[in-house]
Design a protein around this ligand. Structure first.
Ligand code: GDP
Ligand code: MG
Length: 161
């Protein structure tokens, strides 16, 4: 009875991943998408948009007291973002591992930030930090009919056992 609940991992877990304006300007969209595709995750939504400051202030609501917040909003509103939803087993946590640390100088080589970025304020990509954040962020960036719930027999058979 004192046993903890087993961690429930789902192949239908989803996370919100975005290429920030610096990643778009630098031509890194394809490389970032490729890492998630090559890992075996399934792309279920994608669009390019230039976000309003109001939209970004809600996205980053937990950081509004931070001194860097106004600069963060200006940076994120400065150009187009590529917003995506990726799906698969443990994708929220694995997405964070693939992105690397918030500060690219602390990110291991082989991570996206560790390979392509240097400063925290230009770290080229976003990834949800928990399943709860992912659900909130996906609903904030996508309408339900922009998310594609499709079967992928190849992934089902050859990425998962
Ligand atoms: P993340 O989840 O790894 O993206 O990091 P946070 O949620 O803590 O911060 C969100 C974003 O704010 C980061 O990705 C950075 O773009 C930016 N940021 C965080 N900390 C700093 C900082 O100390 N200075 C600056 N300039 N930007 C920061
Ligand atoms: Mg964060």
């Amino acid at each position: 009875d004192s046993c903890p609940e087993p961690v429930k991992m789902s192949v239908n877990e989803r996370t919100f991943i975005a290429v920030k304006p610096d990643g778009v300007h630098r031509g890194l969209v394809g490389k970032i998408i490729a890492r998630f595709e090559e890992r075996g995750y399934k792309l279920v939504a994608l669009k390019q948009l230039t976000a309003s400051k109001g939209h970004l202030e809600v996205h980053y609501q937990d950081l509004k007291e931070k001194p860097f917040f106004p600069g963060l909003i200006d940076y994120m509103a400065s150009g187009p973002i590529v917003a995506m939803v990726w799906q698969g087993l443990d994708v929220v946590k694995q997405g964070r591992v693939m992105l690397g640390a918030t500060n690219p100088l602390a990110s291991a080589p082989g991570t996206i930030r560790g390979d392509f970025a240097i400063q925290t304020g230009r770290n080229i990509c976003h990834g949800s930090d928990s399943v709860d954040s992912a659900n909130r962020e996906i609903a904030h960036w996508f309408k339900p009919d922009e998310i594609n719930d499709y079967a992928s027999p190849f992934i089902n058979s050859w990425v998962y056992e």
